[in-house]
Ligand binder design. Structure first.
Ligand code: GP9
Ligand code: MN
Length: 419
């Protein structure tokens, strides 16, 4: 019943309440929100080179005119892209097994599209895949999306497809006609596709050379990442030409890793670094940008994660969410939760990276201690290990028990009495 929610709601209110109003509160009020999900893009390619050439020149330049979070972690699990969508829009954790999009698509949520829909936003997703992939059609309908431009909205031919489907450049160019006529203000989520395993690309679309290692996957990854970078640049040009650019904030985020542990050896060679459990966690960083017209760029180094996106966007849009229940905190607030939890119980704090019973210094990667010693040898990371486990389990309880159906988000946090 709703009683188990009482403790969880108290915990969430206490640990992640988003009451603090910064100078940026409402800075994007009534502006369109364009959210670009960057398929499989990891932070290690940003400001990096392959064979002496920049991998993502456009995204590198974009740092100079955006809030760019260099220590932003994906928190996805088996649900991959769908998990990233779920985390971002609900500020909850994904499921420890399977994908919430499949297993709990009918729950009561308090999702971003629904919340901003109540403020007059028209919400839509652009993604050239079958609408039922990841059960998106069901989940989108349930979480307040007004429309989903799925594969049927696009002209897909052999010539403009590769790998998983429509090439990103064609995806953006074909999307513009819909975007230009859209009811405003809108929240439009664009999910890219070309930079997806196995990172296939037509020869004519390759503008940089492949990497040379024992991993075909990593070798190709740089080329498709560059292709995606070019497609984003073209999209920005279209937005400027259409006049939408000035009236929109543009958010870009990597959805999850693209290069798995299977490619350790090649990664280690590329990064010229030993592949440790510490490095594995640090490689879970994905790019996160918020571009606000008229705002200067800033590189923000504080730790951040996908759960933080929802409260951050609501803050920028000037939508009061102090009654909301989230596991993330507004990234611009001074008072923030002191760690970013990953789905497997690993976490990152200002000082430490904790994973697989080991506590590392976050800056240096030096192993500080392990938790497998004797009982009196407490790990330096001990402070948060249990809290992270508790928090993940709270999120699971909310999802598995569909607990938000007992919560009244409008009326001062009242837990509705249930029979
Ligand atoms: C599929 C696309 C990729 O529609 O979002 O899914 P992924 O395999 O990355 O979850
Ligand atoms: Mn993906």
């Amino acid at each position: 019943d709703g009683n188990e929610l009482t403790d969880i709601a108290d915990y969430m209110q206490e640990n992640t309440t988003n009451n603090e109003k910064t100078d940026l509160y409402g800075i994007a009020k009534d502006k369109n929100v364009i959210f670009i999900s960057l398929e499989s893009l990891q932070t290690f390619v940003i400001n990096n080179t392959v064979n002496g050439e920049e991998v993502t020149p456009f995204l590198n330049d974009l740092i100079g005119e955006s809030y760019y979070f260099e220590n932003f972690y994906h928190q996805t699990a088996q649900g991959k892209t769908s998990d990233s969508e779920f985390i971002v829009e609900n500020s909850l954790y994904p499921s420890p097994r399977g994908a919430v999009y499949f297993t709990h698509a009918q729950n009561d949520y308090h999702s971003l599209p629904e919340i901003i829909g109540n403020e007059g936003y028209y919400s839509t997703v652009f993604h050239p895949n079958n609408k039922s992939f990841w059960n998106r059609d069901v989940m989108y309908e349930n979480t307040g999306y007004d429309h989903f431009f799925d594969v049927d909205a696009y002209e897909v031919t052999e010539g403009n497809s590769v790998g998983w489907g429509l090439k990103d450049k064609d995806f953006f160019s074909q999307s513009m006609k819909y975007l230009e006529t859209m009811q405003k203000p809108f929240y439009a989520k664009f999910i890219t596709l070309t930079n997806h395993y196995p990172f296939e690309l037509a020869e004519e679309d390759a503008t940089i050379e492949k990497y040379d290692s024992n991993s075909k996957t990593l070798n190709s990854y740089f080329q498709t990442a560059r292709y995606m970078d070019e497609s984003i640049e073209e999209f920005f040009t279209y937005l400027k030409e259409s006049g939408l650019y000035e009236d929109s904030i543009i958010v870009l985020m990597g959805d999850h890793y693209g290069i798995s542990d299977f490619h350790k050896k090649a990664m280690s060679m590329y990064l010229d670094q030993e592949y440790t459990d510490y490095l594995h966690v640090q490689l879970q960083r994905v790019p996160f940008y918020i571009h606000i017209p008229g705002q200067e760029g800033e590189v923000i180094s504080k730790i951040a994660g996908q759960v933080d996106v929802k409260p951050t966007l609501l803050h920028l849009l000037g939508i009061d969410d102090s009654n909301d229940l989230s596991f993330g905190t507004n990234l611009f607030a001074d008072e923030r939760k002191p760690y970013i939890a990953l789905r497997d119980g690993s976490f990152i704090s200002d000082e430490y990276v904790y994973t697989k019973d080991q506590c590392f210094n976050r800056e240096t990667g030096e192993l500080i201690d392990t938790t497998t010693g004797t009982a009196d040898e407490e790990s330096t990371c001990q402070l948060y290990i249990e809290q992270v486990e508790e928090e993940l389990s709270y999120s699971d309880q909310i999802i598995f028990g569909d607990l938000f159906r007992f919560y009244n988000f409008k009326d001062e946090n009242v837990i509705e009495e249930v029979e």
